[in-house]
Design a protein. Structure first.
Length: 254
């Protein structure tokens, strides 16, 4: 506990060194300082709140309120848009205070911070993968956590983003490079990564097209059946219907 407190205090000291004059008043007693930081948090002044909570942790490192102060400081960083700082603060709490009543809150915060820091799908999705890992750790190490549903929702959101990344790469190979075999590789990855329903019909349609283009008729038929079964009213199902004659035979054109 003492070594952990020293690590935390070192980080807090660095944070306070960068504080501006808009930080907490210096003449406040520790209880008033905690309340000041809490009031800033409630008012949406998240950076000021984080500074106040860090200052409180520095002055009262053994207080029973330190866990709350550290968690709210990390949450303030996240809500202020300082995702990388939030990641470090949530990680410090989740790993340094695993027996805290707020440990699962911090672990969920770490997952949330990574997903918030995840860039648009055209860029590297390393943070998206880290979000899945951290939410997975929450479910593994805190099996009775009340945040299970939220963690599962975040995992699904992150997986859908990874799926969209693979889907976009597949589209590039299909539309720009005219390489259906390469497109299939990424479309299949996308399909395995639990895609969101907003692009799943187009993914199934494109897999149908590319499978037929390379002569995989069985696989193409599977995508056709799934598209018609799961999304019968979609634009892509309409395209498929337009390719079939009244007898239900698939036309020659793509």
């Amino acid at each position: 506990m003492r070594s952990t407190a020293l690590v935390v205090l070192g980080a807090v000291a660095l944070s306070l060194a960068a504080c501006s004059s808009s930080g907490p008043p210096r003449d406040l007693t520790p209880p008033d300082l905690f309340q000041w930081a809490h009031d800033q948090f409630d008012a949406g002044e998240y950076r000021k709140a984080a500074e106040g909570f860090f200052a409180y942790m520095l002055r009262e490192p053994m207080s029973p309120l330190v866990d709350s102060a550290q968690y709210l400081a990390a949450e303030g960083r996240l809500r202020a848009g300082d995702e990388l700082d939030a990641i470090e603060e949530f990680r410090r709490m989740a790993t340094g205070r695993p027996n805290s009543p707020l440990a699962d809150d911090a672990q969920l915060g770490l997952c949330r911070a990574y997903l918030s820091a995840s860039p648009r799908v055209s860029l590297s999705q390393e943070f998206t993968r880290r979000a899945i890992e951290e939410c997975g750790r929450l479910l593994q190490f805190f099996p009775t956590t009340p945040f299970r549903a939220e963690a599962e929702r975040l995992i699904a959101e992150a997986q859908a983003k990874l799926s969209q990344k693979s889907y976009e790469i597949g589209k590039y190979y299909q539309d720009n490079r005219r390489l259906p075999e390469s497109a299939i590789v990424y479309y299949e990855i996308s399909l395995s990564e639990q895609p969101a329903e907003d692009f799943l019909p187009d993914l199934l349609w494109r897999l149908y097209q590319t499978y037929r283009q390379v002569g995989y008729e069985t696989e193409a038929g599977s995508m056709r059946d799934r598209l018609l079964s799961e999304f019968p009213d979609s634009e892509e199902a309409g395209k498929l219907a337009a390719e079939e004659d009244p007898a239900g035979n698939v036309g020659a054109s793509l």
